[in-house]
Design a protein around this ligand. Structure first.
Ligand SMILES: Cc1cc2nc3c(=O)[nH]c(=O)nc-3n(C[C@H](O)[C@H](O)[C@H](O)COP(=O)(O)OP(=O)(O)OC[C@H]3O[C@@H](n4cnc5c(N)ncnc54)[C@H](O)[C@@H]3O)c2cc1C
Ligand SMILES: *[C@@H]1O[C@H](CO)[C@@H](O)[C@H](O)[C@H]1NC(C)=O
Ligand SMILES: *[C@@H]1O[C@H](CO)[C@@H](O)[C@H](O)[C@H]1NC(C)=O
Ligand SMILES: *[C@@H]1O[C@H](CO)[C@@H](O)[C@H](O)[C@H]1NC(C)=O
Ligand SMILES: *[C@@H]1O[C@H](CO)[C@@H](O)[C@H](O)[C@H]1NC(C)=O
Ligand SMILES: *[C@@H]1O[C@H](CO)[C@@H](O)[C@H](O)[C@H]1NC(C)=O
Ligand SMILES: *[C@@H]1O[C@H](CO)[C@@H](O)[C@H](O)[C@H]1NC(C)=O
Ligand SMILES: *[C@@H]1O[C@H](CO)[C@@H](O)[C@H](O)[C@H]1NC(C)=O
Ligand SMILES: *[C@@H]1O[C@H](CO)[C@@H](O)[C@H](O)[C@H]1NC(C)=O
Ligand SMILES: *[C@@H]1O[C@H](CO)[C@@H](O)[C@H](O)[C@H]1NC(C)=O
Ligand SMILES: *[C@@H]1O[C@H](CO)[C@@H](O)[C@H](O)[C@H]1NC(C)=O
Ligand SMILES: *[C@@H]1O[C@H](CO)[C@@H](O)[C@H](O)[C@H]1NC(C)=O
Length: 575
């Protein structure tokens, strides 16, 4: 790929149209801070107009040819490309500090994630339209953006899977499914269907209660990860009006009174700092870093900023006040050897070369898939919540699951023995409780302060407790007996609710779906602008008003695509 590394001087353009800001030397129309899916989708769409200059800045490195990024099965070994942020001790988890690590490279989360592609329940988006006043977010509208960002490539397979291809379009991002199932996929799916009375769905056409065999953002032709960089990024790579800068860590946004005017970044390879002026700054730095950057720039709760001697540009208590994250607890099982899992293709010296040769030949085998993406979205009985007088869970709109049960053939817990292992999880997917993000340092190099508040309500606790017990009983049922040797975690001695709750706490993890910290309808107006400020918008996972009902990359791409349309339209009218 050829990137545009033209000098900043070449970006000198005259201010045109709607600028309210005074102009100094180098200037672009849009500076987009954060090269994740939101940043790439916006940059690609805004730069289709050749007279609009766009600079996209990413703190992390390029590293696009690293096999850890390209080979699907290695997704859980990409830690070097992450912001390694942990929560403060979470009292609900007995003081555990769950890791909410986020992507830090071209592609952001999509450059490191597990590639599961899903959209979830339609009513979430209708609610977003209502709370934000942005009709484009309603399911019937945003479905166009889901389609326009994706296309489907079907592998030649000998098994059936529900895929409603009418909701995939001609967009850059390729979505596919596995070429071969793992030995545990169908047995697990069948056990979920029969125990929970569910049918198979694809989780992309607005339905969310049912069992899915999983879709992924993998390029089918050679089974490599496809993500924001090699889709939207490649599309704009040769456009002279686009500048893509990696290793460019934005330290601060500069304001004149209430108008955002510039950003300052440090090139982490040279340690030199640069300033870029812009008509508009769009912050797409994810749900955690966007909050930190705004606060460092004087936008946030006045008390927090004043304590750190950060001059207050705007006192906005809502910034960072609501941090949603899907979270789950795990149970793990040893399986019979014929269930191929992490151990065979990653630790067993006989099998490693076989798996590698298979993948090198044509992308087949365990390395070309994510190894365990079968999952169920389901409702729990109302009686679970009536018993504790929780009215939130029963009131969740009926098209939405309350929990997800999923498995993976890679162990979740550290120090797993060298045997075939299936890890399972129970996630609260419409959590009642949320945490918050703030800062305790004015130095951009210090991490933000995260309060996860997992299982932070009685309803969330009741949901995970019920789900954990139910999933364990499914795993130990007669239907799965031919596959399961024993329960490794929490183990057969864990029986009472009190013991089970301890295991839920110990086995709790973030799903890395941080969102909602700078929500549209709360902190942002209907057109993605921070209320009370000019020349600055926030787009991406930070802008979600509330959690979707499954993994969130699909929604991030679609939301950014919708926002780009809104921005083009509004800025054309100088609205
Ligand atoms: C480990 C992991 C696994 C996941 N698995 C899945 C999955 O299987 N399916 C799914 O749907 N979703 C998954 N997700 C979630 C999904 O990838 C993210 O929600 C999504 O990428 C969020 O997009 P975003 O554009 O809002 O932010 P991000 O993707 O986080 O992108 C923000 C970018 O901004 C950069 N940045 C931050 N601060 C600065 C700064 N100051 N200056 C310059 N750049 C900055 C970051 O380095 C990052 O690259 C996963 C996420 C992670 C981390
Ligand atoms: C392209 O951008 C320029 C400068 O902002 C604007 O005047 C023009 O109307 C835009 N063209 C289209 C087709 O939107
Ligand atoms: C990743 O990028 C960094 C900085 O650009 C470079 O030093 C490193 O060698 C790269 N690693 C890989 C595996 O490509
Ligand atoms: C499908 O193909 C796989 C190998 O690719 C094979 O193991 C399996 O038996 C086949 N299933 C059927 C039903 O033909
Ligand atoms: C199973 O689901 C079907 C349709 O979703 C429903 O009609 C039926 O009553 C359910 N059966 C049980 C036992 O819940
Ligand atoms: C596919 O999805 C569309 C849009 O939600 C829906 O109208 C249609 O009924 C679905 N088709 C099938 C076969 O489920
Ligand atoms: C996979 O295919 C894509 C699209 O054809 C290509 O750009 C990429 O280089 C290939 N990757 C590998 C590792 O072969
Ligand atoms: C940049 O600064 C870091 C941290 O202070 C230092 O480790 C690194 O060597 C510096 N790099 C250069 C090129 O000066
Ligand atoms: C590694 O895999 C081979 C081939 O499947 C198998 O025979 C062997 O028992 C495995 N090694 C161990 C230590 O289990
Ligand atoms: C639920 O509410 C009822 C009626 O207000 C009360 O009697 C009961 O004790 C409450 N139960 C719990 C578990 O709080
Ligand atoms: C599993 O096997 C690998 C490779 O032989 C070894 O490095 C690792 O320490 C083993 N793990 C355990 C828990 O025994
Ligand atoms: C901020 O909080 C972190 C995590 O609790 C702590 O390690 C650090 O010392 C604090 N920094 C300051 C300046 O208070």
């Amino acid at each position: 790929m050829t990137r545009n590394l033209f000098s900043l001087k070449a970006l000198l353009v005259l201010a045109a149209g709607c600028s309210a800001a005074a102009i100094s030397s180098q200037k672009v129309d849009y500076v987009i801070v954060g090269g994740g899916p939101a940043g790439f989708v916006l940059a690609e769409r805004l730069s289709r107009n050749a007279s609009v200059k766009v600079a996209l800045l990413e703190a992390g490195p390029d590293n696009q040819t690293d096999p850890l990024v390209e080979v699907p099965a290695y997704f859980f070994q990409t830690q070097q490309y992450m912001w390694q942020y942990n929560s403060e001790p979470d009292p609900n988890l007995g003081g555990l500090t769950p890791n909410l690590w986020q992507g830090k490279r071209w592609g952001g989360g999509t450059g490191v994630n597990a590639m599961l592609y899903c959209r979830g329940a339609a009513s979430v988006f209708d609610e977003w339209a209502e709370v934000s006043g942005n009709d484009g977010l309603a399911w019937a509208s945003i479905l166009q953006d889901f389609k326009q960002t994706t296309h489907y490539a079907d592998p030649h397979v000998n098994y059936t899977q529900v895929v409603n291809t009418s909701v995939l379009g001609n967009g850059p991002l390729e979505v596919t499914r596995d070429r071969q199932l793992t030995e545990f996929d169908e047995p697990f799916a069948n056990a979920l269907k029969s125990t929970l009375n569910l049918t198979e769905i694809d989780m992309i056409d607005g339905h969310a209660i049912g069992v899915s065999l999983g879709l992924e953002t993998i390029r089918e032709s050679n089974r490599t990860r496809d993500y924001a960089l090699n889709t939207f990024g490649y599309l704009m790579a040769s456009r002279p009006n686009v500048q893509m800068l990696h290793s460019a860590w934005v330290q601060r946004i500069g304001f004149s009174d209430k108008t955002a005017q510039s950003i300052t970044y440090i090139n982490s390879l040279s340690n030199k700092t640069y300033k870029i002026n812009a008509k508009e700054i769009i912050v797409t730095a994810g749900a955690l870093n966007s909050v930190q950057l705004l606060m460092l720039s004087g936008v946030g709760p006045k008390d927090t900023l004043s304590k750190l001697n950060i001059p207050v540009v705007a006192d906005i208590p809502g910034i960072g006040a609501q941090l949603y994250d899907h979270h789950y607890s795990v149970a793990e099982y040893q399986t019979v050897d014929s269930v191929e899992s992490f151990w065979q293709w990653s630790e067993n010296a006989t099998e490693i070369p076989i798996a590698r040769a298979q993948y090198a030949a044509n992308g087949d085998g365990p390395l070309g898939r994510i190894n365990g993406d079968v999952y169920a979205g389901l409702r729990l009985p109302d009686s679970v919540f009536e018993a504790i007088n929780n009215s939130y869970y029963p009131s969740i709109p009926k098209d939405r699951p309350q929990v997800i049960y999923e498995f993976a053939s890679t162990p979740f817990l550290q120090g797993a023995p060298n045997v075939s292992i299936i890890g399972t999880l129970v996630a609260v997917i419409q959590p009642e409780a949320y945490g918050y993000v703030t800062i305790n340092s004015s130095d951009y190099r210090d991490p933000p302060l995260i309060y996860s508040n997992f299982y932070g309500s009685e309803g969330d606790k009741a949901a995970v407790l019920y789900g954990y017990k139910q999933l364990r009983s499914i795993m130990l049922s007669d239907a799965l007996k031919p596959y399961i040797v024993n329960e490794i975690f929490p183990g057969p001695n864990v029986k009472t609710d009190e013991q089970i709750w301890k295991s839920i706490q110990t086995g709790a993890e973030s799903w890395h779906h941080a969102m909602g910290t700078i929500a549209i309808g709360k902190v942002l107006d209907t057109n993605w602008r921070i209320k009370g400020l000019k020349g600055i918008r926030v787009v991406g996972s930070a802008a979600f008003p509330s959690p979707p009902t499954c993994a969130i990359q699909a929604t991030t791409y679609a939301l950014a695509h919708r926002a780009a349309k809104d921005i083009v339209k509004a800025d054309a009218n100088c609205a």
